[in-house]
Design a protein around this ligand. Structure first.
Ligand code: G3I
Length: 323
């Protein structure tokens, strides 16, 4: 057994991971990723983002994400696609042009139409809009918000729905929805507002970038997921990792706590009916984004940088075996 097979037995759709093309030529990595017992889903960590997929106006670059999609398909994995309208990793032509509202609306239409049609049914789900909210629940300032106001969100979902196959899941995805109460409430209101406008939204992705010992309790995680599923949408942990604040000096207690935090997240998904799956944001510390962004922080994944399974891995596995 492995994480994915046990998760499926627990009634869930997938246990997956973020991957990227620079991981393709690492045989040890691919050995674990391709194990159908461990993983059943992939998310391209960067290559479908705007700056990489349409770096110049009308110049689409599908080579790298196609390789991930082919790999995912050959491993029999579901592909969560990531992401369409996001303020970050934008190419200069998008962030620096003095757009009129009509021009920017058209640009979003062109981008989403081209990208969603290109991958078609290869994507199980798309993160249509990513990280639109601030921690205090207001909308984040971005080129999209400045020019179009909050209407850019509904517009993005409408365009995606026009080209998406009916079975594809259209998600709103964000971080700290688990820990920032005002942001969580704003995301709930966002879903309601889209629904009230007749705009299709099928799921909310909660990124679940946690820190050891600061991960919300099981009860709180379940309550958070249920706030969204009560609106009639699916939920998923889309980018789960649990980082040590000071990885060099992580105590044995911190290692145990990390295992508990991982189990709480996985268990919350098991306990909430419409939580469809869990994606870890890389499964090995070797490729984790955390140390590069937060120096000193790290050790956030289930496998070490030398591909040893950590106590957190065994704890999650043990929990699922006993469920
Ligand atoms: O590809 C270039 C390379 O050519 C260059 O030499 C190198 C020098 O810095 O940079 C490389 O690009 C990096 C890219 O990852 C690919 O490795 C960027 O600098 C780096 O900023 C980028 O970081 C990514 C980050 O998103 C960008 O915002 C992380 O890998 C990725 O894990 C992270 O993922 C995000 C999710 O998409 C959304 N939620 C939060 C999550 C973590 O930040």
């Amino acid at each position: 057994t492995g994480l994915h097979s046990l998760f499926v037995t627990a009634g869930k759709l997938y246990f997956g991971t973020a991957t990227e093309i620079n991981n393709l030529d690492d045989p040890t990595y691919q050995n674990i990723l391709s194990n159908p017992l461990e993983f059943g889903q992939q998310t391209p960590e960067n290559s479908q983002k705007w700056g990489l997929i349409q770096p110049n106006p009308g110049g689409f670059s599908f080579n790298s994400p196609d390789r991930i999609a082919d790999l995912s398909n050959s491993y029999g994995h579901l592909l969560r696609c990531h992401t369409l309208t996001w303020h970050s990793q934008l190419p200069p032509f998008v962030s620096t042009t003095a757009w009129t509202p009509d021009m920017l609306r058209q640009l979003i239409t062109t981008h989403i139409t081209a990208v969603v049609s290109h991958f078609g049914a290869a994507c199980y789900a798309w993160d249509v809009v990513n990280e639109a909210l601030n921690e205090n629940g207001t909308l984040r300032n971005s080129v999209f918000f400045e020019v179009l106001g909050e209407g850019y969100i509904a517009h993005s979902f409408r365009v995606a729905a026009e080209v998406a196959p009916p079975q594809m899941k259209l998600y709103y995805n964000d971080f700290n929805l688990e820990t920032a109460p005002e942001k969580q409430t704003a995301a709930v209101e966002l879903v309601k507002s889209l629904q009230a406008q007749g705009v299709r939204i099928d799921g909310v992705g909660l990124q679940a970038h946690f820190t050891v010992g600061q991960t919300p309790s099981l009860k709180s995680l379940i309550a958070t997921l249920k706030r969204f599923t009560e609106l009639g949408v699916d939920v998923a942990w889309t980018e789960l990792d649990v980082a040590h604040e000071d990885v060099e000096n992580a105590s044995e207690l911190a290692v145990e706590q990390q295992a508990k935090d991982y189990v709480a997240a996985v268990r919350a998904c098991v306990e909430v009916e419409r939580c469809v799956g869990v994606t870890v944001w890389q499964f090995t510390d070797r490729y984790s984004w955390v140390p590069g962004t937060f120096p000193g922080k790290g050790g956030a994944c289930l496998w070490t940088d030398e591909y040893q399974r950590k106590p957190a891995y065994w704890a999650v596995k043990g929990f699922l075996e006993g469920w």
